[in-house]
Design a protein around this ligand. Structure first.
Ligand SMILES: [Mn+2]
Length: 323
């Protein structure tokens, strides 16, 4: 497999360089593609020109079982350099609208409460600087979604609708003694936003009670999405506007994506997922996205690639959706 070069014959793979400033006369050597999302370079990879900003947040502090989400963003970015830039479903190259990749944001690991406050402040500053650009956060564990959602909610006049694709509701009040655990991410925001959870199948009794008691919390279980695609219309209809999408990769069946901390059997497949996401971006104004909980397994490339391609599909759908 060769990296995703715009011109495989060219010694200089992406024309102008913005990621690495190379010494004079050396830019024609066969350097690797830059380790940024899609490996793209040149003007479209600068923060000024790019329509999408990728924010890696490799935070991992409260994982309850499997670990390695701190390596998630790096694995997604490395694999993204092999994704085809042309998207045949959309019949265009969504990377043409530019993608800028931030260096990873390193939150403190000592006190989760402080890390979450740090995250909310940082994410808010990124959003203000983005001035309407699409911002996609790559986790890290799911706990980073709560401060990102709160930063969005604070900048939104209408009530935000959170769409959560996940094997878990994450609606617990506390887990392992912490209110900031990845198992409480939605519990932290539930008083501020509406919630539609899709694909949930590892559910605590207290969490299911929340779904039943609150009108603004709607869940589509793993069983509900397994039969046929009728749930897609229902889930889109249940979803308010504007939307923040939080995508925990354990939503997928673990046969497809085993690389996650708390795998649950009976998850989503690729086709139904992309079909659903395309509808959401076409019919709702999406204001923010995160993709979290990818915990790469050394030597297993397929899930890294799947998650990288998922992020690229999201960029494609989002860039032709409602703004
Ligand atoms: Mn989960």
């Amino acid at each position: 497999m060769t990296p995703n070069r715009r011109d495989p014959e060219a010694a200089s793979r992406s024309g102008t360089r913005t990621i690495h400033d190379l010494p004079a006369g050396l830019s024609m050597l066969p350097w690797e593609l830059p380790r940024v999302f899609l490996g793209i370079d040149g003007a479209s990879a600068t923060h000024g020109e790019a329509g999408t900003w990728i924010l890696p947040v490799p935070y991992e502090a409260t994982a309850s079982w499997g670990t390695n989400t701190r390596r998630g963003p790096r694995a997604i970015i490395d694999a993204s350099r092999y994704v085809e830039l042309y998207d045949h479903e959309l019949d265009r190259d969504p990377s043409g609208e530019g993608v800028y990749t931030f260096p990873a944001l390193e939150l403190e690991r000592g006190a989760a409460g402080r890390a979450m406050a740090e995250m909310e402040r940082a994410f808010g500053l990124v959003l203000d600087a983005a001035a309407g650009r699409r911002v996609i956060m790559l986790g890290g564990e799911h706990s980073v979604s709560a401060p990102a959602i709160l930063a969005h909610a604070a900048r939104c006049d209408e009530r935000l609708a959170v769409l959560q694709l996940d094997a878990h509701l994450d609606l617990r009040d506390t887990f392992d003694g912490s209110p900031y655990s990845h198992a409480c991410a939605m519990g932290r925001v539930i008083d501020r936003v509406d919630l539609v959870s899709v694909g949930v199948r590892g559910i605590g009794a207290e969490e299911w009670k929340v779904v039943q008691e609150r009108d603004h919390v709607v869940a589509f279980t793993g069983e509900a999405i397994a039969e046929d695609d009728a749930w897609i219309d229902e889930a889109v209809a249940a979803l308010g506007d504007p939307v923040y999408l939080t995508f925990d990769v354990d939503f997928f069946d673990p046969a497809l994506v085993p690389s996650t901390g708390t795998p649950e059997p009976g998850g989503g497949n690729w086709r139904q997922t992309t079909k659903f996401l395309r509808r959401v971006f076409a019919e709702r104004r999406v204001v923010g996205v995160d993709v979290v909980e990818h915990a790469p397994i050394a030597g297993l490339a397929a899930p890294d690639f799947l998650v990288a391609k998922l992020v690229y599909k999201i960029i494609g759908y989002w860039s032709e959706g409602i703004r």
